[in-house]
Write a new protein. Structure first.
Length: 556
């Protein structure tokens, strides 16, 4: 017996056959995620009271907050709660509303999502959950103890050898739940000691030629339930993306929601204007999830025509179409175990919508030209700048697919509503642009910051980065001035601004209007092409035209 007790368990998955008319309510609160099977008939109360059928661990929820009425249809009734209830972004009180698959319900700070009860939750691959010592300590939490999660890539036997040498065989328990994947229960260690232990073990593994990802947590600081500790263990293993900034209150609230959503397998629909940071948000969901050691693959659905998009998503077999000279694995198979981010989902054709719906329902993929279906295990994140509910209303997007992809919606505010983030983002982009050309990093002057804050950023963060990339070319030895920023913004449509404007907001509005009008003239009044030329969504362009009092297309 080595110093550390090594345990290995064979994990399997369970599934429950779908029962017509059955539903499941997934509850996401600050204390964690839970899933509740709902009866086919009857009522279920939700609230923080002890007599609630589904108890909400949320001080902002009422004792009897809401009631689900189950039968041929599902209705949600607000029971006169103090803070009201929100469904599909619309608040109501002392009323009832019909629910559909994928509808999210806000009850105080808690979010619940109605889903068809097709599959049971995956058996959690956390071997220590069944260890009596661990369960007893979680329940009592009388003294601090640590949980560490390690993902190790190394030659056979290296991880076991290092763990045996570095851990305390009396107080430390180790479980292996997959190749190179270990969880460690370390008695008597608080958060600082957990971090120190993890860094020590990681350093020894790296010295032995291994690659390591580490997460750590301690009880009771990071939670008193096994699920809380495992989620906390997973999160530190992923660093934030370069340029990752959260200063705005609305964005901070959004990322708190991301923390609650990420550990689940819910499909997520990210909404926001072009360039607002939808892909960054999707990446953060993946990094904070239990899938963060697996692939995160992206695809822009608008960039490919129908046949090529099908091939990219589902793969193809040799001879499926002209040029298919070999079998090719699709994106959904390549990402097995990880996350797939499908951007511009509102642009896919009706045929691809039907095939994607079938994949979401069956979790099976059939390559183009093949009759064989292959199982996949991926978490889906979708994004669009379109109003999908409006697209469903005009029959341009399938309603059943919309409910499938909209497990829960996250809306990213435009940059013009996140003024506190403009300065840190701009400074990060200045440093990045200068590093590429090995230039000294100029200081942003007060008038440069004022110019940046006053501009409406129709292209959001993507446009901000482009402006900064141009502005550093105009920077002087004394720093980056407001004039340099104005020149960079002016380059976009109306030509450089020769001098610093006396009325910054009026000059900005005039420059933006000139850019819009010139783009429309170049595109012969075609608003879609003009929006592409400007780097904004068509919806943003139409909004600008309405602000200018121009409701008709401008043609030569």
């Amino acid at each position: 017996m080595t110093k550390a007790q090594l345990e290995t368990e064979q994990l399997d998955r369970k599934s429950i056959a779908a029962t017509p008319g059955r539903w499941r309510l997934v509850v996401l609160s600050e204390s964690g995620t839970s899933s509740h099977a709902l009866p086919a008939q009857g009522t279920v109360t939700l609230g923080r009271g002890e007599d609630a059928d589904i108890k909400l661990d949320d001080a902002s929820a009422s004792r009897r907050h809401a009631m689900l009425h189950l039968g041929p249809e599902v209705r949600l009734e607000d029971l006169g709660s103090s803070n009201g209830t929100v469904v599909r972004g619309k608040p109501f009180k002392k009323q009832s509303i019909e629910l559909g698959a994928g509808d999210s319900i806000e009850l105080g700070k808690t979010i619940a999502v109605l889903q068809p009860d097709e599959l049971s939750d995956r058996v959690r691959p956390w071997t220590l959950l069944s260890h009596p010592q661990f369960l007893e300590k979680v329940a009592q939490a009388r003294a601090p103890f640590a949980m560490l999660r390690l993902q190790v890539q190394a030659r056979a036997g290296v991880a076991q050898e290092v763990l045996s040498k570095e851990l305390d065989g009396k107080n430390d328990v180790v479980a292996s739940f997959g190749p190179g994947m270990f969880e460690i229960l370390a008695e008597g260690r608080d958060g600082a000691a957990a971090k120190a232990l993890g860094e020590k073990v990681s350093a020894r593994l790296v010295a032995a030629g291994a690659r390591v990802r580490l997460g750590h947590a301690s009880a009771p600081t990071d939670g008193k339930t096994a699920e809380d500790l495992m989620v906390a263990c997973s999160r530190p293993a992923a660093a934030a993306s370069p340029g990752f900034v959260v200063r705005d209150d609305a964005m901070a609230a959004l990322y708190r929601l991301v923390d609650r959503i990420a550990p689940s397998n819910l499909s997520v629909l990210v909404l926001g204007e072009t360039g607002a940071g939808k892909e960054v948000l999707a990446g953060e969901i993946h990094k904070r999830s239990k899938r963060n050691g697996k692939p995160f693959l992206r695809l822009n659905c608008a960039a490919l025509h129908e046949q090529l998009l099908e091939s990219e998503l589902f793969g193809h077999v040799k001879g499926a179409f002209t040029g298919a000279d070999r079998n090719r694995e699709g994106l959904l198979e390549s990402a097995n175990g990880g996350t797939v981010f499908l951007d511009e989902i509102g642009e896919i054709s009706a045929a691809v919508q039907a095939k994607l719906l079938r994949v979401l329902e069956e979790r099976l993929v059939m390559p183009v030209g093949s009759n064989d279906k292959r199982p996949i295990d991926v978490r889906f994140i979708f994004a669009t700048n379109r109003d999908l509910e409006a697209e469903v209303a005009r029959a341009a997007f399938r309603s059943d697919l919309f409910f499938r992809i909209n497990g829960i919606s996250l809306v990213i505010p435009p940059l013009r509503e996140r003024l506190t983030e403009i300065e840190p983002l701009a400074r990060a982009f200045v440093a990045e642009a200068c590093a590429k050309d090995q230039r000294p990093v100029p200081e942003l002057s007060p008038d440069a910051l004022a110019t940046l804050r006053a501009y409406p950023w129709p292209g959001n963060i993507r446009e901000l980065k482009s402006v900064i990339d141009r502005a550093v070319l105009f920077a002087s030895e004394t720093g980056l001035s407001g004039e340099a920023i104005a020149q960079a913004i002016g380059v976009k449509g109306a030509g450089p601004v020769a001098a610093a404007p006396t009325n910054l907001r009026e000059e900005r509005d005039a420059a933006e209007k000139r850019a819009v009008l010139e783009a429309l003239e170049k595109c012969d009044g075609n608003q879609t092409r003009a929006a592409e030329l400007l780097g904004v969504s068509r919806r943003t362009l139409v909004t600008r035209l309405q602000q200018y009092g121009m409701t008709r297309s401008r043609k030569k």
